[in-house]
Design a binder for this molecule. Structure first.
Ligand SMILES: Cc1cc2nc3c(=O)[nH]c(=O)nc-3n(C[C@H](O)[C@H](O)[C@H](O)COP(=O)(O)OP(=O)(O)OC[C@H]3O[C@@H](n4cnc5c(N)ncnc54)[C@H](O)[C@@H]3O)c2cc1C
Length: 386
């Protein structure tokens, strides 16, 4: 079957790989050139996403390009330890969460898709789509057109495919937070720890990837989207000390070697329409779930869409099976994520109550998160390529 994937990010590259491994003729159209090096800051993969990569034969390469993070520690603004839990896994999981530069992950996934025989066309931005009973034609800003049997919309949180599929679909909006990430040189007594501080201005995390290096990321509350484009390294260095006054975040920020990425954070209301007869949304285009699970959910989506196409009698039946399989899981995740995505800057009373709530709830954290890590799709995605 001929398939076009719009977007060569995590969801698009993984879907192209999964579909190609089943023998389909797959072309990715990506608006930008290939990512190289450590662009876009880092992200963490949970064990459910890692198991998906294992099925696709990419796990070892991803593990080698990133760092295992064993535990996650929560701290109050005063530095008090609020909790210490396994990071993005259950205690009993033998796999460890992997933290990796986004650009490296995407490069590995695109390489794997290419090696499997997929085509990748960069510098082509989808602007239109015409669906007919026999096929769907993608239209690009360059004037190029391409007709396919199945079109997978993996074009991210600001998805064009989503709006073409349903013009009334919700659009992503500024969440009241912006993010900055960087790399610092520190002396770490322990490696493989993800430290999170609930600061006055927002959340600060740093992970000790080795004895001398911390990768950090900050989410800073700001009701008005600040101008982030065009701020150079020197200007960021001037701004960093003002971001957090708390002892640990400010020490890590002061030791910054490199500022990697700054981005506005977005939220989007749940998206009702995920598919038509020949077009399907996956990844952030379908369900922007945000930090912590967005990449892993994209990998799960990719496996499920391939499995649905493999097992259903028609393309439309496959897209319906994908929707039925993925929607309850995403709805559950979004319910849990609502609090975490609340971008408002909490006052001192709310911060105190949040810390107290966290201490009370952390003993139940692992059980509450188990459904995320133990996932096995009912649309069988079984493939064991190593
Ligand atoms: C600051 C931050 C930190 C995060 N940290 C984590 C984390 O630790 N763990 C985690 O699991 N998730 C994390 N996430 C979420 C995660 O990054 C996303 O869920 C994931 O990247 C979604 O992948 P995607 O492929 O659907 O979308 P994207 O990664 O956005 O990829 C979409 C691709 O489509 C292309 N594209 C867009 N429009 C078009 C078009 N019209 N035509 C052609 N191509 C197009 C884009 O150029 C892009 O390459 C984080 C998100 C942010 C913002």
């Amino acid at each position: 079957m001929r398939t076009i994937v719009i977007g060569g990010g995590i969801a698009g590259a993984t879907a192209a790989l999964a579909l190609r491994l089943d023998g389909h003729d797959v072309t990715i159209y990506e608006a930008y050139e290939d990512p190289t090096g450590d662009v876009g800051g880092h992200l963490s993969l949970a064990v459910n996403g890692l198991r998906g990569l294992e099925r696709l034969g990419c796990l070892r390469e991803v593990q080698a390009a990133g760092y295992d993070i064993e535990r996650m520690r929560f701290h109050s603004e005063g530095g008090r330890l609020l909790g210490d839990v396994p990071r993005l896994r259950r205690q009993r999981d033998s796999l460890r969460s992997v933290t990796i530069m986004r650009g490296r992950l995407v490069a590995i996934l695109r390489r794997a898709a290419l090696d499997a025989g997929a085509h990748i066309v960069t510098g082509e931005r989808l602007v239109g789509m015409l669906e007919a009973p026999v096929g769907v034609t993608a239209e690009f800003a360059s004037g190029r057109r391409d007709t396919t049997e199945l079109l997978v919309g993996a074009d991210g949180i600001h998805s064009t495919v989503r709006g073409l599929l349903d013009p009334s679909a919700p659009r992503a909006e500024y969440a009241g937070l912006y993010g900055v990430a960087g790399i610092s040189t520190i002396q770490a007594a322990e490696t493989g720890i993800w430290n999170l501080t609930f600061g006055r201005n927002g959340v600060f995390v740093y992970s000790t990837v080795d004895e001398r290096t911390a990768w950090w990321a900050a989410q800073i509350a700001d009701p008005v989207p600040p101008q982030l484009r065009g701020i150079d390294e020197a200007e960021w260095r001037r701004r960093l000390p003002g971001l957090f006054q708390e002892a640990v975040p400010s020490a890590v920020l002061a030791a910054t070697n490199e500022v990697l990425a700054a981005t506005h954070m977005h939220v989007c209301n749940p998206i009702r329409t995920w598919h038509s007869e020949r077009v399907i949304l996956i990844g952030d285009a379908a369900h922007p779930v945000g930090v912590g699970q967005g990449a892993s959910m994209s990998i799960e989506d990719a496996l499920v869409i391939a499995a649905a196409v493999r097992t259903a009698p028609t393309i439309t039946a496959a897209l319906e099976a994908y929707d039925a399989e993925r929607r309850p899981r995403i709805a559950r995740l979004l319910r849990h994520a609502d609090n975490a995505r609340n971008g408002k800057k909490p006052g001192p009373v709310k911060r105190y109550l949040d810390a107290a709530k966290m201490r009370l709830l952390l003993p139940f954290y692992e059980r509450a998160q188990a459904y995320l890590y133990d996932y096995e799709p009912t649309v069988s995605a079984a493939r064991t390529s190593g």
